[in-house]
Design a protein around this ligand. Sequence first.
Ligand code: NOJ
Length: 702
Amino acid sequence: MDVKKLLSRMTLDEKIGQLVQFGPSIYKNFEEIRWDTLRNGEIGSFIRVRDPKMGNKLQKCAVEESRLGIPLVFADDIIHGYYTNFPVPAAEACSWEPELAERTAALAAKEARASGIQWTYAPMVDLARDARWGRNSEGAGEDPYLLSCFAKARVKGFQGDDISAPDKVAACAKHFVGYSACIGGRDYNSVEMSEQTLYDMFLPPFFAAIDAGVATVMSAFHDFNGVPCAGNKWLMTDVLRNEMKFDGVLISDAGAVGQLQTHGYTEDEKDTAKKAMDAGTDIEMASFTYTHHLKELVNAGDISIERLDEAVLRVLELKNRLGLFENPYADTDMANSIGATEESLALARECARKSIVLLKNKNNILPINKKSKIAVIGALAGNEDDMNDVWSGKTKNAVTIYAALKADNYKVRYAKGYDLKTDEVFVEEALKAARECEIILFVAGEGINYQGYMSGEARNRSDIKIPKIQQELLTELKKTGKPIIAYIFSGRPLALRNVDEAVDAMLWSGGLGTETGNAVMDILSGDYNPSAKLVWTFPTSSGQSPYFYNHNNTGKPPIREIWYSSKYIDAPIGAQYPFGYGLSYTSFKYDNLRISGAKFTVDDVLEASVDITNTGEVFGEETAELYVRDVVGSRVRPVRELKGFKKTGLYPGETKTVTIDVPVKNLGFHNADMEYVVEPGKFLLYIGPDSESGLKTEFFVK
Ligand code: NOJ
């Protein structure tokens, strides 16, 4: 389709229509849709039409009954699967295997596209540094490098090489930008950030997504240093368009354009439409200031026709790239035949077991001996809905932990123990089950409580411990003297100090989706040796938030005994579990760290190698993490920054050399003048199992 020619035939109303998206907050059911509006070409896209028949009906109206027959594009939040639910993105990132994320994204794209959805609002590439923020689970953690690797992989998985393919969708990197740095961890709250932090920490994952060819970007809700993103010309046009060279569709978040007025940034609806358009917002999602005022603004010359045309052209190009002019309809037979398959379930199980982090394993109590009688205690072990977590796809069925144990003929006694919805605890029933067994499997953490999901959009928490009723129950269970294995689910890093102190072993993961129980069984039984590692720092208490590993040193680094040092008087200095941490059923020894030289130029690629030996008794996979510290900088540098990682499998007694390449140009930062510089001088380099340990050496940049 020659979209430029098409554009030249469009009326002003038809053009504006392409910039309007109908969303879930706009209609409760399809009866409320004004079909005449659609017929007039005044709606360009829809969000969350999950019934392909309904989608086709809407499409037919647009394609066959409107003057120019421009197809609609259907968008949805395909965040961790559509029919098959994979682990939530941050859980999946704990695999430290971006190629795994590429495969799950590709499968989600296949299921979604076959169901008539051509555009997903994923991946979320917000750097998550504050555990209180509700949306930690949707990204890939607190590190810009790791997040960038997953951003790239997910875009590739969703889009492939050609988004017109019947198994691909357009991706959307969101939320531009700094959304996760909301003050107090409170979703939608203001963000105050230096330009250097923006460029060094928050923009790299967006650069990575753009580099991977992401078709669309979504702006965020919050005000960035006082200017709401949807109306922020500096961010949207100067930075995103001109500097980052993003040339796809820029869509606002749901209602965010309308909210410019609520922020107190615009006078009225007309001023709102003008500022959003001026800033660079192409599509307005779920508010209607463009519908109501763009025509008047363009006619008055307040918005140039060039700016309008540019936005419309991008939308038409997206539709063209998706092949919608040729194939606008969903194949309903195919859509009906889509469901979980052997292949999708196998991938879901592989991904889920690679997402489970072993945090503690005193006396190697795990894996569980199959002959032991196990008391499975905790409602989260038996509730399917809780396994899928937020943004789950079209189907919600999942294998629970209890169901998987039973199916595998373990000797189990189950007690609900607590009810998050009613906030009740059932101590007696739990103790009875515990007394009848040799081991307690205590399943707790965040699920669906009386207020809904405990993590997700607007689900911020000021206290990031496990719920009080669960802690109460754990205290009672501890009194039985039986060994306790805790399995903790959450959509954010939790403060697990009290749990750690009470239990012998602990596993953690985010929501794992359809195959939860089977994957957990793989780990409990030892059929799969845990290999996942945390993608956020787990603090010891809520008050440490925001706590991230790649912080600066301060002039008074924390030392318990020193009064005037940067510490808390009522909390430990360090993390409960550091970024990058995760145990295995075997042990690994790191030896012989060496690098390919002592002095490098900015154009060199440094090669660092280490020998890793499996010193335990079972096969295991280990992710070696490479960190760098720039010792002296014209701006103070973080104590460590992840610059590379590699996962490798080792048999007992086996030694392998792991080599990680680091382009020296990646070791820079933005200086006081906002220039990206790699400053000459001494650097420290670490390779190890997490962000707080490892072997250390040094090198110089000339
Ligand atoms: C609001 C969320 O912030 C965004 O991530 C999502 O894509 C839209 N709603 C659409 O559902």
